[in-house]
Design a protein around this ligand. Structure first.
Ligand code: PLP
Length: 451
């Protein structure tokens, strides 16, 4: 397979011209910088990407946290191909197809007991906005229509739709766009005293008590839900302090507030179990999934909801032919997405990949923390197969250093993500120890080279 891929690349056209690059307005990208120095990916296999020079680049972020079972898996391609030749599309509203029901049952089985219903979306952002609408509508159905406010957390990333940026805690993602939903944020649990913690940090449990203060300020009768990523991903790979998620759950229960876990990154293997909720033993009322759901092959997300939430919609007393939830997407539960997701779940289970992550996470942790003492490094954080390196800001250009690191890594044959003051690592679940070694060694070399 591999030589064939490289052969195809050799036959590929040479690099795109500046003119050819121009019309594409790239997402979350410095367009001008990219077009001046393009990084073009043309093929992938296992834990490698291949650029347009035929160079193999080790994928240190599983694409964008989504290709944990490895790139170009034959099983997924075959499932997608077979589905496309059988049923390319079925109307998502008022008609069904077996794949969506099969996938809902599989997700019910692998998420914590209580999350019994799956609503499908096309992305993590849509999953988040669906979850928020579900939460508000649920309270209205329960006769508590004042419960509309959401509480997020600083450094939280919940996608880019209006609901998601409203509850997100990354100012640069919300400030350019004017007024959004009124929300309140818990403080980030990123504390200086936790620097260089391995896995779960010891300090910060008391930050959960801020929720009590917010409830006192706004009133529980105004708050629909609290939304957090169990382990913060894009905001800098921040594992929760010991006991923190349990405490949030308890406070939500005491105050009739829904708890939403955004597991778009943490779900389906990355934390060493099918969900972070399982790892931490905390069950939310609503959970979002996306990314790993189809291993990145087809855009798809899901919202898992508890039985009481689903039943509140079903038992609202309206005639049966009326809609219970006026919400959905043309491509909700798309047959091809469902086929891909079912194939991914087979691979995760048959190859016991969440268990592999749980086992190998210690090795990753040990190797990553060997970087302690490297120049410019302020913190190292890790959980499962996620890692974050926090770099000291450059004077006058605080986000430049991670960018420099990522570019140098790319030229050395390694892909890592940069953003803010962070270099993020999200290893494919199948990554071998020697590959982890080479990735981390290269990071150490690059940090040494930097000014
Ligand atoms: C926790 C979390 N929620 C939501 C999203 C949004 O997902 P998407 O980019 O598929 O819309 C992301 C994407 O990185 C995410 O990390």
């Amino acid at each position: 397979m591999w030589p064939l891929v490289l052969e195809m690349i050799r036959m590929d056209r040479p690099h795109l011209t500046r003119e050819e690059l121009e019309p594409y307005w790239m997402p979350f990208t410095g367009n001008r910088q990219f077009k001046a120095d393009p990084r073009m990916i043309v093929a992938s296999e296992g834990v490698f990407l291949v650029d347009d020079s035929g160079r193999r680049v080790l994928d240190g972020l599983s694409g964008l946290w989504c290709c944990g079972v490895g790139h170009n898996r034959r099983e997924i391609a075959e499932a997608v191909n077979a589905q496309l030749q059988t049923l390319d599309y079925a109307p998502a509203f008022q008609f069904g197809h077996p794949g969506a029901f099969a996938l809902a049952s599989r997700l019910k089985a692998i998420t914590p007991v209580g999350l019994d219903y799956a609503f499908f979306t096309n992305s993590g952002s849509e999953a988040v906005d669906t979850a928020l609408k579900m939460a508000r509508a649920y309270w209205r159905l329960r006769g508590k229509s004042g419960k509309t406010r959401f509480i997020g957390r600083a450094r939280g990333y919940h996608g880019v739709n209006y609901g998601g940026v409203s509850v997100g805690g990354i100012p640069a993602n919300v400030e350019p766009f004017g007024p959004v939903l009124e929300t309140a944020l818990l403080s980030s649990t990123l504390l200086p005293e936790n620097a260089f913690s391995r896995g779960i940090p010891a300090a910060g449990l008391e930050l959960a008590e801020e929720l009590i203060a917010l409830i006192a300020r706004f009133g529980a009768d105004q708050i629909a839900a609290v939304i957090v990523e169990p382990v913060v991903g894009s905001g800098g790979v921040v594992p929760p302090p010991l006991g923190y998620l349990e405490r949030l759950r308890a406070i939500c229960d005491e105050n009739e507030i829904l708890l939403i876990f955004d597991e778009v990154i943490t779900g389906l293997g990355r934390c060493g179990a099918m969900t972070a909720a399982e790892v931490f033993g905390v069950v939310p009322d609503i959970m979002t999934l996306a990314k790993q759901l189809t291993n990145g092959a087809i855009p798809m997300g899901a919202v898992m909801a508890s039985a009481p939430i689903y039943e509140a919609f079903m038992n609202a007393g309206a005639p049966q032919h009326l809609l219970e939830f006026n919400h959905g997407y043309t491509y909700s539960g798309h047959p091809v997405g469902c086929a891909a997701a079912l194939a991914v779940l087979d691979i995760l289970e048959q190859e016991a990949l969440p268990q592999r992550v749980a086992k190998e996470a210690m090795y990753f942790e040990d190797v990553l923390h060997e970087l302690k003492g490297a120049p410019h490094l302020r913190d190292i954080r890790n959980f499962g197969f996620a890692g974050g390196l926090q770099l000291a800001p450059m004077e006058g250009d605080p986000t430049r250093r991670p960018f420099e690191v990522a570019m140098r890594m790319w030229h050395k044959g390694f892909y890592v993500r940069y953003g803010g003051d962070i270099i993020a690592l999200g290893l494919p679940f199948i990554m071998e120890r020697n590959e982890i070694d080479s990735l981390v060694t290269a990071l150490g070399e690059v940090l040494d080279e930097l000014d």
